[in-house]
Design a protein around this ligand. Sequence first.
Ligand SMILES: C[S@@+](CC[C@H](N)C(=O)[O-])C[C@H]1O[C@@H](n2cnc3c(N)ncnc32)[C@H](O)[C@@H]1O
Length: 267
Amino acid sequence: MRAFYDDLGEAEWTRLESSPRGRVAYEVHRQFLERFVKPGDHVLEVGAGPGRFTFDLARLGAAIDVTDFSPVQLDLHRQLVGDSPTEAAVLSRELLDVCDTSRYGDDTFDVVLAFGGPLSYAFEQTDDALAGLMRITKPGGYVVASVMSLLGSWRYFLQAATEDMKVVGEDANDLVFETGDLRHSQTVHVCQMFRAREISDLVAQCGGEMAAMSASNWASLNEASVLEELEADPDRWARFLKHEIEACAEPGALDGGTHLLFASRKL
Ligand SMILES: C[S@@+](CC[C@H](N)C(=O)[O-])C[C@H]1O[C@@H](n2cnc3c(N)ncnc32)[C@H](O)[C@@H]1O
């Protein structure tokens, strides 16, 4: 996946701003994050990419160790954040694989943030990776992350999934549905997708307490023209976002978006 994100380059920066669905996803993530970060917090950002959430962490008053396993994404981060006032909140910038956090001591960070799926690329090492993130979080602190959702992605990408099935066959498709592992498919974006209940089990297994979960997105996966109409009116857009963010956190909606957000509290 390193090559995938190296090649993706600047396109990663526009992911959460180029479509109404992306802009809603950004708001869902941003408002979720602000519940767990307070001024003065020491935050490790894993898979920071070009830095969209680094700007938000800095606005929330955090001091940030920025990491990513893609040198290209880390360079983009240096370019986009380096010349901005946000740079004052960046303590360091390093290459890091989410699967190996051994360089950090126990109980180091108030918050460890892994938005946009680093944990969806850990495959067999997912449990160890999350346990590692929990280990380096202070008691009472949070691991805040988002991963790809199996059922919501199936819903949103039904056409592509059906095309893929014609190539790989029904048995491989059954395996994707059972395991969430896209290595059984032909997609270029190979990742591990999860059900909400699997994330709950994973957090409990790693000694965490689930503080909050959310889908991204619920009502805003399709209908771009309707979203654009709502967005054109600031009052209607603000009301829509409020409803959407509330809906995304309903137990019945958790599996409905392309991503699953969670906050695991270290006991
Ligand atoms: C979809 S981007 C998300 C960027 C940013 N966190 C956001 O949410 O906008 C995923 C990022 O995770 C990084 N990544 C993927 N696998 C990783 C791994 N095993 N360890 C650390 N970072 C990883 C990629 O290089 C990429 O920058």
